[in-house]
Design a protein around this ligand. Structure first.
Ligand code: 3PG
Length: 400
């Protein structure tokens, strides 16, 4: 599918409604990972160079259609200005209305204005006609750089793109080009590392991957549900009781399709989930009743790394241990380092997506060693599942 790009838009002296994803991880007002902000810079600089007024639209968190201070985008204006080399990014207290219109009118061409959280209006997630009208009336053209939100059929993603001349920004284009390359046959054999805590959020993904990849490595708490399905005792580990049957079905479907599934063969266990707690490595069959599995063990890591030598492409979503708490980040970081090394040697194409895993790669300082890091979480999963993303489809040359 061919989509409109910035080159298709007349930008000079136009007001550009620029949909970004500033939904960044924050802790006590501190931005924990700036990747999503930094990746917007090339498009915004291009728009500045082309003398447009840049009106940035974004959501933050999941407020329910009304103002909630903790979800204000106000702190993001400075961060965006800093990423752009120290420019002054102004902030508007709403994302629609006369005051916003007046602020836009007062902008010089090349200025950047960030609007308040779109989701303070229910019309955003409802994709309501009146909200779309009000947003569209603020600008002349629309640019979507929020690939990570393009699985949402929301007003600022779909509705507005149907109203105004629209195109993809460089980041959205980059995401699509890189992700399309990964499942391209020239890059096979492909393997996937799927972690995280819940099988329930990844059922569709796992079924879809079975038909596309030759090996799936399952880690994180979701592996416990699979171990349970194999009749292995997992002590007091986290697992999803209602999904043991679904896990068994996935394993059967994989076997029938010739897709190998690797589950942990040794695990790191502890009595409680707490920083620097006493832990030990045990074979997966020997997890005591009062212990919980919190990471994969060294033999499992060695087994996976050995296997990776036979693959050309690796797709990674979700951490394979309870990485938030040391030392249970060791499995994820060790495996990530091996993937980074194989990638640097030119032996593997590696693509990772999803907030948690991207944060781990950042902490380990190996982000640059992966072939591609997607800024998307849910959209990355839906894309892997083979779903059409409405925010991308609407930018297609035929539709726009
Ligand atoms: C994300 O963080 O994946 C995107 O910003 C989308 O957020 P949402 O899941 O709240 O729509």
């Amino acid at each position: 599918m061919e989509i409109n790009t910035l080159k298709d838009l007349d930008l000079k002296h136009k007001t550009v409604l620029y949909r970004a994803d500033l939904n960044v991880p924050m802790n006590n007002g501190r931005i924990e990972d700036k990747t999503r902000i930094e990746r917007l810079v090339p498009t915004i600089k291009y728009l500045i160079k082309h003398k447009a007024k840049i009106v940035v639209l974004s959501h933050f968190g999941r407020p329910k259609g009304e103002f909630e201070r903790e979800f204000s985008l106000a702190p993001l204006a400075d961060a965006l200005g800093l990423a752009l080399g120290g420019i002054d990014v102004k902030f508007a207290l709403d994302c629609i209305g006369d005051e916003v219109k007046a602020s836009i009118k007062n902008m010089e061409f090349g200025d950047v204005l960030l609007l308040e959280n779109l989701r303070f209006h229910a019309g955003e997630t409802e994709n309501s006609d009146s909200f779309i009208e009000q947003l569209a009336s603020l600008g002349d053209v629309y640019v979507n750089d929020a690939f990570s939100c393009s699985h949402r059929a929301h007003a600022s993603i779909v509705g507005i793109a149907q109203k105004l001349p629209s195109a993809a920004g460089f980041l959205l284009q980059d995401e699509i080009e890189n992700l399309e390359k990964v499942l391209d046959n020239s890059q096979s054999p492909i393997c996937a590392v799927i972690g995280g805590s819940k099988v329930s959020t990844k059922l569709e993904l796992l079924h879809s991957l079975i038909g596309k990849v030759r090996l799936i490595i399952i880690g994180g708490a979701m592996a416990n549900t699979f171990l349970k399905a194999q009749g292995i005792g997992i002590g007091k580990s986290l697992y999803e009781d209602g999904l043991v049957g679904a896990a068994a079905e996935i394993m059967k479907a994989a076997k029938d399709s010739g897709c190998e599934i690797i589950l942990p063969s040794d695990v790191v266990v502890a009595s409680e989930f707490k920083e620097k707690t006493r832990c030990e490595v045990v074979p997966v069959e020997n997890v005591a009743k009062d212990k919980m599995i919190l990471d994969i063990g060294p033999s499992t890591i060695a087994q996976i790394v050995l296997k990776l030598n036979n693959y050309k492409t690796l797709i990674w979503n979700g951490p394979i241990g309870a990485f938030e708490c040391r030392p249970f980040d060791v499995g994820t970081i060790s495996l990530a380092r091996s993937v980074a090394m194989l990638t640097s040697q030119g032996n593997l194409t590696s693509v990772a997506g999803g907030g948690d895993i991207v944060a781990v790669l950042g902490i380990a300082g190996i982000t640059d060693s992966f072939s591609y890091i997607s800024t998307a979480g849910g959209a990355f999963l839906e894309w892997l599942e083979g779903k059409k993303l409405p925010g991308v489809a609407v930018l297609s040359k035929k539709v726009a």
